[in-house]
Design a protein around this ligand. Structure first.
Ligand code: SF4
Length: 723
């Protein structure tokens, strides 16, 4: 109860990109230490006091007895075997059969020596056999220092993180079309939108507080159009829910574009002043009549006409989208078509309009901004540009390769082929999040040297040579950038358990042992376990110096204001929450339309695999479950993987609600519990990816979008068998 609270610490939620501000209420843990007892919402710009079930009740993972409390090194002779993942998770094997405890000194030496041996025997840059996966749930400072570690110290180009698996295609299309990968308007702008077009997103589950603002906007009179193969909680409030066939986004959107252009609904003034490529787009959708597109996407032609008119004629219309758009082998095309819809109708550059890819992880925007992607240095400065490379080479020393490094799934293939031999994974879990898990886990096991830094013995950690115990988000300082481009400050509430250390300290230690002259951590800052503010502020200020959008946001301003929207060029001015008001950040200030044509995806249903399987999330669990499966209340509410199937399919297969079923694809199989649901269409299945017991990505394939290298998680041909 509240009587136990001895300390209140203002911070920000560690889960999703909405970026809710909260207060950690801390009190005694009954064993001489402290713990977080409750969480309350604060009046932040993105949440106004609201929190969802994860933010409010999902915090005790940090006190879970399974936290890593000491460095671990693999026992001599303990072979790396993907089968150990299930064995350890299920309790059939103990963690200490694979690993022994080590001192930090020994573990850091082993970790660093493994990397230096591989580095020093091979070429740099793109040729390097070393790679690093940073984390979108780490802070901006951790993301910045991690990419610097890989580039400057590993001398490798291969640094990436889970943005590759979520919005890489959205960002590629946005950079290409309008010169910026971030959102144009904040979620809160839905209050000023006459029409809200929500496609390929389920915010009531994945961005719940954002969904609450959408509900409020609809209740106040906004028209909601949802386009998604699955129905969802918000569907009840939608004027139209377009339950189109999976993988046909481009057909639906081109049908809408055809209507806009052929019914004279295009904003000609806006196009003439600010948009290139209109004639090419017009020609490319000339044949995409609503009737033709209806045959492909399954939405009646008249409905396509009505929604296109509603969107184009609105005083203000805003597009929000999620992984349903981006996670396809033509995900970049999907995003291009959406961007074209906003540009041809002039629905951008004003309040209540614009393009908002709902960012998943709490800091996936910031991690990408900070350069944790292989093609861009901090602030999306391309490694392919000589002047950019020269700037960072002068700052960091060494050389930066002009060739962009490999991306997440490419790195896994390179590991299997022996071209990548050493991998540092900081706070990510590719042994759950990567597609085609049987392959990915095998590739991880084949690495000569795998170091994992995390707070739990994740599935990935179980394949490591060295495991380094790190800090949870409520145990450290750091800044996080939410989906609205809002940079916010996170503060430590409690001390990490056992010997667990600050992530930034660990990254610096690895860097120093590999020859870096770094000294972010000063003697007076302590040994790396204490949550020292100064080293984080030092990294932040170095990062700010190379990132123009942060120019007006010194650390002191963040402490003072808690949240500043970026870009914020001047210290005495608020940042810009709505951008592209009179120009786009391109060479001529104009956006460029990129025409797309519908193409069928690579996964096709047939007599053997007659279902379309879609993977995604559930309200109570976050991504691979590394945190939420260790949060007692969340795991109690949602303890197991449920595969949703349509009532008529259940009848056809003789499957009862709650029965165990086997799911199979060309890539693998899992057993899960059936949940009969009319949210999915006939012929569709849905499985969340948070559960190791039925690891959804065992089922997915790793064919990639050619532009953004994102896998097509949303569509896999599958069959379902009673067991
Ligand atoms: Fe946390 Fe997102 Fe829920 Fe807000 S909506 S409390 S940021 S998980």
């Amino acid at each position: 109860g509240l009587a136990e609270i001895t300390k209140q610490v203002d911070s920000v939620c560690p889960y999703c990109g909405v970026g809710c501000q909260l207060t950690w209420n801390v009190g005694p843990d009954g064993q001489g230490g402290e713990r977080i007892h409750t969480v309350t919402g604060r009046d932040g710009p993105a949440n106004h006091g609201r929190l969802c079930v994860k933010g409010r009740y999902g915090f005790d993972y940090i006190h879970n007895a399974r936290r890593l409390t000491t460095p671990l090194v693999r026992r001599e002779g303990a072979r790396k075997d993907p089968a150990d993942i299930e064995a350890v998770k299920s309790g059939a094997k103990r963690l200490d059969e694979l690993f022994r405890e080590a001192t930090w000194e020994e573990a850091l030496e082993l970790a660093a020596n493994g990397f230096s041996r591989i580095r020093d025997a091979a070429g740099p840059g793109f040729e390097s056999p070393l790679a690093g996966f940073g984390s979108a749930k780490g802070s901006n400072e951790e993301a910045y220092l991690f990419q610097k570690l890989v580039r400057q110290v590993f001398r490798s180009s291969h640094v990436d993180h889970c943005t590759r698996l979520c919005h890489a295609s959205s960002v590629a299309a946005l950079l290409e079309g309008i010169g910026s990968g971030a959102v144009s308007n904040p979620v809160a702008d839905v209050a000023q939108a006459e029409v809200i077009f929500l496609i390929g997103a389920n915010p009531a589950v994945n961005h719940p507080v954002a969904a609450s603002f959408i509900k409020n906007a609809v209740d106040a009179g906004a028209t909601l159009i949802i386009a998604d193969p699955r129905r969802q909680q918000l569907s009840r409030r939608a004027k139209w829910h377009l339950q189109f066939r999976p993988d046909t986004d481009v057909a639906l959107l081109n049908g809408m574009l055809h209507v806009v252009i052929h019914e004279g609904l295009a904003d000609e003034g806006f196009i003439a002043a600010r948009v290139n490529g209109f004639e090419q787009l017009k020609a490319s959708v000339a044949e995409a009549t609503p009737e033709r597109m209806a045959e492909i996407c399954g939405i009646p032609a008249e409905t396509i006409r009505e929604v296109a008119r509603s969107f184009a004629r609105a005083r203000s219309a805003m597009i929000l989208w999620g992984m349903g758009v981006s996670q396809h082998v033509y995900g970049t095309d999907n995003a291009r078509a959406l961007i074209a819809l906003a540009l041809t109708t002039g629905q951008i550059g004003r309040p209540g309009t614009g393009l908002h890819p709902l960012r998943g992880q709490n800091n996936v925007q910031g991690a990408s901004d900070a350069g944790l992607i292989p093609m861009m240095l901090p602030n999306y400065q391309r490694v392919s540009e000589a002047a950019v490379r020269a700037q960072f080479e002068a700052l960091w020393g060494g050389n930066i390769d002009a060739r962009p490094g490999m991306t997440v799934v490419e790195i896994m293939h390179a590991a299997h082929e022996g071209r990548i031999r050493g991998l540092f994974v900081e706070g990510e879990n590719p042994a759950m999040s990567d597609p085609d898990l049987n392959f990915a886990r095998q590739a991880l096991a084949e690495l000569q040297h795998l170091v994992v830094q995390d707070i739990f013995a994740t599935e990935t950690a179980l394949l490591a040579d060295v495991v380094l115990p790190a800090s949870a988000q409520p145990e450290k300082w750091g800044t996080y950038t939410n989906t609205d481009r809002l940079i916010q400050i996170g503060r430590p509430a409690v001390t990490p358990p056992g010997l667990a250390m600050q992530d930034l300290w660990v990254i610096e230690q690895i860097g120093r042992r590999l020859g870096a002259d770094w000294s972010y951590w000063h003697a007076e800052d302590g040994d790396g376990q204490r949550a020292a503010e100064a080293p984080v502020a030092r990294v932040y200020e170095e990062m700010r110096a190379v990132m123009a959008p942060l120019a007006g946001v010194p650390w002191s301003r963040l402490l003072r204001e808690e949240a500043v929207v970026t870009p914020a060029p001047a210290e005495d001015e608020p940042g810009q929450s709505v951008v592209f008001i009179d120009s786009f950040p391109t060479s001529d200030g104009c956006a460029t339309l990129v025409p797309t044509q519908f193409r069928p995806g690579v996964e096709r249903v047939d007599a053997d695999y007659p279902f379309v399987l879609t993977t995604g999330r559930v309200l109570e669990h976050w991504h691979t479950g590394a945190m939420t499966r260790h949060a007692s209340m969340l795991d109690a509410i949602s303890p197991e993987a449920l595969v949703s199937l349509h009532p008529l399919d259940a009848v056809g297969l003789g499957v009862a609600d709650g029965a165990m079923v086997r799911l199979e694809t060309h890539h693998g199989g899992v057993v899960a519990r059936a949940s009969i649901s009319d949210q999915v269409q006939r012929g569709q299945l849905f499985l969340p990816f948070a559960f190791w017991e039925a690891a959804a990505n065992t089922l997915t394939g790793d064919a990639l979008d050619a532009v953004a290298k994102i896998p097509g998680f949303k569509v896999t041909a599958a069959r379902l068998l009673p067991v």
